[in-house]
Write a new protein. Structure first.
Length: 606
């Protein structure tokens, strides 16, 4: 055989072998990372941000926040239009759009299963079913839906399985597509609840009953993606839901929003999701996270599930400007003040640190004054945060960027004077204080094994030593700490939260007595606070409600059940083959709204 013919056959054979890979490579895959492992994909049982980031792309609420609008704007998702609301904000009627279907699943036996209003009733029921031990049950009951608490109580009292067939007065499907919700009290902002896919991600009852306790491994929703594969705490792959209805890219950025308007112009009218797969790796250590991005193994470091690690923020953006080596590669930087809190909670039931007695309040305030939050922001957070003044987060009702309170003060001298005044003094001359009754004073803080937490621990140790307070640290994995916190077994723990919606009252829920042990991890109880919280719930936005918020903020600073450290400034990075990313202010749905260019990725990888 001639050499030319051999070469031709070789080329043809190579093309035949490589063709499937070339074709597969054209799939639009968004590669992301999580900085902690997920727990479950059952909406009723999730308490962590990472699992929720997945389920919000699988399950759908009736409404959503517009992706590009700033400030936020609510728009229909599965609903046929905006809700019909009574004048007193007690009755909300939602009409579901016909022709929306759940993703295919063997449970449906080859039939298409349509979304109906009863599926949203079922979502509420699953949350309050005592058997599910839902972490969002208390906040759901706090909505005051007529008959909802009674339905839960009947199951508890009779020690019988929850009766999903029993009618609930305030929660009814009037017909196949009409959901009617009646509340005991006015809820002017109930629309925010109707956007919450964590609460109202519609589930098909027959799917849940088929998979039983394994339902967390078999999420079946109406959203743009479905679960393709899952290796726990290692890798999650979502794929385009082939049965997803026709939803076209649309949004309402402000007229002066040049970036948003450019995104809209480029993507408007394209069918969602824009990509075929989302491939998520769980990488808990910060250095491997950063290296995975530099090595182009992930396409973005974006959102609270995996943004630029703070230790590498100065490498990514020295002086808060994108590093030249990244700019040369076409990397885009997105910097945003997040609607979140980094905080330490004090267990109010702990005999060492808790309680509302004057000396216990003084101890917590002294700890807050002694802790150097400015060094935390400067050295650990690399100046990518602003000091927290109250529990209310940026971009929500009641947040005032000009407000200054004692919460952010660093004043060791004042802390020592306060401790002296209330009897926390060094009686044995060893350099550390005892409690007023002479017993040892030692703080015990929960922490995690990663390097960044060792940095926080050292700052806490240094800050406390400066005022004569002992502190030691107990190290566990994050999920173990969360479980212990829920059970009331931690004295102190530093963690973060992100706002789910634009109402500042959600942050104040962390101090509401009836939510103790749930949203209220500190288990703070104060009648005065509970009454003003309840009053603010039923008022429309306006001066009267704003005054209640200011009063609630003063109580938060005075009693200090939480030390609010900072509101983070997130630095997100995306490679040039990812287009259309904008960090959502609330919730986390964005994976279906971005495009990926596989050809550009291949070009830049070589």
């Amino acid at each position: 055989m001639g050499g030319a013919l051999k070469r031709l056959l070789f080329v043809l054979l190579a093309l035949a072998v490589c063709a499937p890979f070339a074709q597969a490579d054209e799939r639009k895959v968004l590669r992301l990372l999580f900085s902690s492992g997920e727990t479950s994909f059952d909406p009723a049982r999730i308490s962590d941000l990472y699992s929720r980031a997945v389920t919000t792309h699988i399950f759908e609420a009736p409404y959503e926040y517009d992706y590009l609008a700033r400030p936020t704007r609510v728009r229909p998702l599965t609903a046929a239009g905006m809700p019909e609301v009574s004048d007193d904000f007690r009755v909300w009627v939602v009409r579901i759009r016909p022709g929306i279907y759940f993703a295919d699943d063997p449970v449906f036996k080859g039939q298409r299963r349509e979304l109906v209003a009863q599926d949203y009733v079922y979502a509420f029921q699953r949350v309050i079913d005592p058997a599910n031990i839902s972490p969002i049950q208390p906040s759901t009951l706090d909505l005051k839906i007529k008959g909802l608490a009674a339905a839960r109580d009947a199951a508890v009292k009779n020690n019988k399985p929850f009766d999903y067939g029993a009618p609930i007065e305030g929660l009814r499907a009037l017909d196949r597509y009409t959901l009617r919700i009646e509340l005991e009290q006015p809820r002017p902002r109930f629309i925010d609840t109707l956007t919450a896919s964590d609460l109202l991600g519609a589930q098909a009852r027959e799917v849940v009953e088929h998979y039983k306790e394994a339902i967390g491994e078999h999420p079946v929703g109406t959203g743009p993606f479905r679960l393709k594969s899952w290796r726990r705490h290692s890798r999650i792959v979502l794929e385009r839901n082939p049965g997803y209805r026709e939803v076209l890219y649309d949004a309402w950025p402000a007229a002066a929003d040049a970036e948003g308007q450019a995104m809209l112009q480029k993507l408007k009218g394209r069918r969602l999701p824009l990509i075929d797969e989302v491939d998520i790796s769980v990488i808990e250590e910060f250095q491997p996270q950063w290296l995975s991005f530099l090595n182009k193994e992930v396409d973005a470091l974006a959102t609270s599930t995996g943004h630029v690690p703070s230790q590498f923020a100065n490498q990514a953006a020295p002086g808060r400007k994108l590093a030249p080596n990244l700019a040369k590669q076409g990397v885009r930087m997105h910097e945003n003040l997040a609607s979140d809190n980094a905080f330490t909670f004090f267990n109010m039931l702990d005999p060492m640190i808790g309680g509302n007695a004057p000396e216990q309040v003084a101890l917590r305030r002294a700890i807050s004054l002694a802790y150097d939050v400015y060094e935390e922001i400067r050295m650990i957070r690399r100046s990518r945060a602003v000091p927290g003044q109250t529990p209310i987060t940026p971009h929500t009702t009641g947040y005032d960027p000009q407000l200054k309170t004692e919460m952010s003060d660093h004043d060791p001298a004042r802390a020592q004077a306060l401790l002296d005044l209330y009897g926390f003094v060094d009686r044995d001359g060893d350099g550390y204080r005892e409690r007023p009754d002479g017993s040892p004073l030692e703080l015990v803080m929960a922490t995690e094994p990663e390097q960044i937490y060792r940095d926080y621990n050292e700052l806490w140790r240094k800050s406390m030593k400066a005022v004569g307070i002992r502190i030691r640290f107990e190290t566990r994995q994050w999920a173990e700490n969360l479980k212990a916190a829920d059970a009331g077994k931690l004295m102190m723990w530093m963690l973060g939260e992100s706002s789910a919606g634009p109402d500042g009252q959600d942050a104040l829920a962390r101090m509401y007595g009836p939510l103790a042990g749930n949203n209220n991890l500190a288990r703070f109880q104060l009648e005065e606070f509970d009454r003003l919280y309840e009053r603010a719930q039923v008022l429309p936005d306006g001066p009267e409600r704003a005054a209640l918020f200011r009063q609630a903020q003063r109580i938060a600073v005075a009693y200090m059940p939480y030390k609010i450290h900072a509101h983070r400034i997130h630095t997100d990075l995306t490679y040039p083959w990812v287009y259309g990313f904008r960090r959502p202010l609330f919730m986390g749905q964005w994976w279906h709204m971005v495009d990926v260019d596989p050809a550009l990725r291949r070009e830049r990888l070589h």
